[in-house]
Design a protein around this ligand. Structure first.
Ligand SMILES: Cc1cc2nc3c(=O)[nH]c(=O)nc-3n(C[C@H](O)[C@H](O)[C@H](O)COP(=O)(O)OP(=O)(O)OC[C@H]3O[C@@H](n4cnc5c(N)ncnc54)[C@H](O)[C@@H]3O)c2cc1C
Length: 379
């Protein structure tokens, strides 16, 4: 195995493979831009609970049984290699940015999220047309928030949005950034636009028009907004990388079967040397991407800094996925671009990965900075 898993991890993997074949595969639900129907969602969640996967992203204090980064990476790659939207329902809700919430932030937001009663979204990306980034002025025990977040995934259906803002005191002096929780039904919150991106997820552009929130809705301290917003980003980038390599595994399997099948010309495409060269290239790239993924997952489990390595892995795995799906389309031909074809869907799925959780070129700039200016990062 390129992933060099322990016996215990291999047995988890077999259990996960059984889950895919016994629970996910028998349900007929094609990838689509529509949400998963509630009855199917409930079915997958119930099965996931009985297999124990549901609890693997949840802290023990909430009844969870959290898995290691390596195990989560392995499972996420496996879910993605099943190429079914239903796998999105397997893991239960995690605390995310609210993990250290105390007091009202815990009772009003974190606890209901963990019980599955409330859903949060994440507001980071600013609107291009806004005159200034989203800000909040302290007024007594409240913060009055104004501005616009332009790309909030699940924003139209969430209960609240954890939002990065700049904080000023009542005299307009800058106090730094903060992550704050804003209820989406609060007075002054307006969903300006709802839209979908090509891989099927739904988003909202949300404006805040002098929205008053209690100061207790600050996550952590004022001044630590950006580090708070980014504290979990390494794990999320590993998650995106695992999704990318999982898609690659699915694509390689699909292409392999296609190349071995009869072709209208009389000989299968897999017998042609030029096609074999392209297929070999796909496999080489996926092998390298998976090697990087598992090495970085192990690194993430250590106490060492892995910012540069998770960024490198995210860039590499998502770009390999782009190239692999593109070559699959080339080898399978025009039929693969017909709307509704599994590769047409895969093409749309992998494209967004190069932008989400840090546009790849921005991450490249950070990597170069890490090495040239800060002497950080390893090869
Ligand atoms: C599916 C999906 C889900 C998303 N969900 C969320 C969400 O839930 N919450 C949220 O806040 N945001 C979300 N986003 C937005 C995402 O975080 C941004 O799209 C991403 O950070 C890039 O920012 P931008 O779109 O403003 O592009 P820009 O910052 O305008 O950059 C566009 C491009 O310009 C180039 N570029 C820009 N600056 C530089 C530079 N300094 N050096 C070199 N090149 C540069 C890069 O090629 C870059 O890709 C989501 C995006 C996608 C695709």
């Amino acid at each position: 195995m390129p992933d060099q898993l322990s016996d215990e991890m291999l047995s988890q993997r077999q259990n996960a493979e059984a889950f895919i074949s016994e629970v996910i595969r028998p349900i007929k639900f094609e990838h689509s831009s529509h949400a998963i129907p509630d009855d199917l969602r409930d079915r997958v969640i119930a099965a996931s609970k009985s297999y124990g996967f549901y609890y693997k992203t949840q802290p023990t204090e909430f009844g969870g049984n959290p898995a290691s980064v390596l195990e989560l990476t392995m499972l996420r790659e496996l879910w993605s290699s099943a190429n079914s939207q239903l796998t999105d329902c397997i893991f239960g809700p995690g605390p995310g940015i609210l993990h250290s919430a105390r007091g009202l932030l815990k009772t009003d937001y974190l606890d209901p999220v963990m019980r599955g009663e409330k859903r949060g979204a994440f507001g980071f990306t600013e609107s291009d047309t806004a005159k200034r980034p989203t800000w909040g002025s302290i007024e007594g025990q409240s913060i009055v928030v104004s501005g616009q977040k332009s790309y909030v995934t699940g924003g139209a259906t969430a209960d609240f949005v954890s939002t990065l803002i700049n904080i000023e005191d009542s005299n307009g002096s800058k106090l730094g950034t903060a992550m704050v929780v804003i209820d989406l039904n609060a007075e002054g919150v307006v969903i300006e636009r709802e839209f979908s991106s090509m891989e099927g997820s739904g988003h909202a552009s949300i404006s805040f028009n002098a929205v008053s929130i209690p100061i207790s809705n600050v996550i952590g301290e004022i001044g630590e907004g950006l580090p708070r917003a980014l504290e979990n980003i390494g794990n999320v980038r590993l998650m995106v990388s695992a999704r990318a390599t999982g898609m690659c595994i699915w694509v390689i399997d699909f292409v392999r079967r296609y190349l071995l099948a009869p072709h209208r010309t009389g000989t299968s495409l897999g017998e042609r040397e030029g096609v074999r060269l392209r297929y070999a290239d796909m496999r080489i790239e996926v092998y390298a991407a998976r090697s990087a993924l598992y090495r970085t997952a192990r690194l993430a489990e250590s106490e060492e800094n892995d910012v540069n390595e998770t960024s490198s892995t995210k860039i590499f795995c998502t770009e390999v996925a782009g190239r692999v799906v593109d070559m699959a389309v080339q080898l399978v031909g025009g039929q693969s671009l017909v709307q509704g074809h599994v590769l047409e869907n895969a093409y749309r799925q992998v494209r967004s990965l190069r932008l989400m959780e840090g546009a790849n070129d921005i991450l490249r700039i950070n990597l170069a900075k890490g090495s040239l200016d800060l002497s950080k990062g390893r090869l």
